[in-house]
Design a protein around this ligand. Structure first.
Ligand code: FNR
Length: 224
């Protein structure tokens, strides 16, 4: 068994710093995408990072659909626009005005979209670790998205997650069968600069919560 092990010691300070830098400077990107295409080997590294994510029962339920054509991106943007109009109507008064002013997608600007899906049947009917909570497959897929997002940050590639869609529109557009879950539409492209803080905070939509208010010991505590 010893032959199967690798060193588990802490990274050297600069490598550790790089990991935290990727975590803390990662941003959701909507408008800063450059049009330059992403090289295939880079895209492959990002997908490899996603594929290295943890998954329940080592299920690896994810798949990745790569979209580069203007035609498909235009159709996706139309689906977004329809859903976004519905979303806008759900907010009241000033919040609605602020919502309307926000840029919430970069579908047409980003040279590449990666749609991440989850196959609930990937590892058969009974999956280790998912026996009492079937949602674990989607949670695993989200881990893959986050791996990709952090790797992209290190590569100078911005990622924007767009979730303002009716699933059926995306299904029809990409030919995704009913049994497959759509987890994320990710827009990707090189970026020259990023917001220092979440754009939604900068634009006054919502601020970062105080971490100390979110930690409790032993028992659930309502946030004050
Ligand atoms: C599941 C999920 C879904 C979405 C998002 C994120 C996640 C995790 N985010 C991005 C989100 O607004 C952003 O992560 C937060 O505002 C925090 O900003 P940073 O990611 O730190 O820049 C996002 N942003 C956006 O402009 N349109 C969208 O539809 C979505 N959808």
């Amino acid at each position: 068994m010893r032959d199967c092990m690798v060193d588990g010691e802490a990274f050297a300070a600069d490598a550790r710093e790089a990991v935290y830098r990727a975590i803390h400077t990662r941003r959701d990107v909507r408008d800063q995408f450059l049009s330059d295409p992403l090289p295939d080997d880079l895209v492959r590294r990002l997908l490899k990072a996603a594929h290295a994510a943890p998954s329940v029962g080592f299920m690896q339920p994810w798949s990745f659909i790569l979209v580069r054509s203007e035609e498909t991106k235009q159709a996706a943007w139309k689906a977004f626009s329809k859903a976004n109009a519905e979303a806008e109507a759900m907010f009241a008064d000033e919040k609605r005005d602020l919502y309307r002013s926000l840029k919430l997608e970069g579908i047409r600007k980003a040279p590449l979209s990666i749609i991440v899906t989850c196959d609930p049947d990937r590892a058969g009917p009974v999956v280790l670790g998912r026996t009492h909570n079937p949602r674990m497959d989607v949670y695993s897929t989200v881990c893959a998205v986050q791996n990709l997002w952090l790797a992209a940050r290190a590569e100078g590639v911005g990622v924007g997650w767009v979730s303002i869609f009716q699933d059926d529109d995306v299904r029809a557009l990409l030919g995704i069968p009913e049994r497959i879950q759509i987890v994320a539409w990710l827009c990707l492209g090189y970026v020259r600069e990023l917001y220092q803080e979440p754009e939604l905070a900068v634009k006054g939509w919502r601020q970062r919560l105080d971490l100390d208010q979110l930690i409790c010991e032993e028992r659930w505590r309502e946030r004050s």
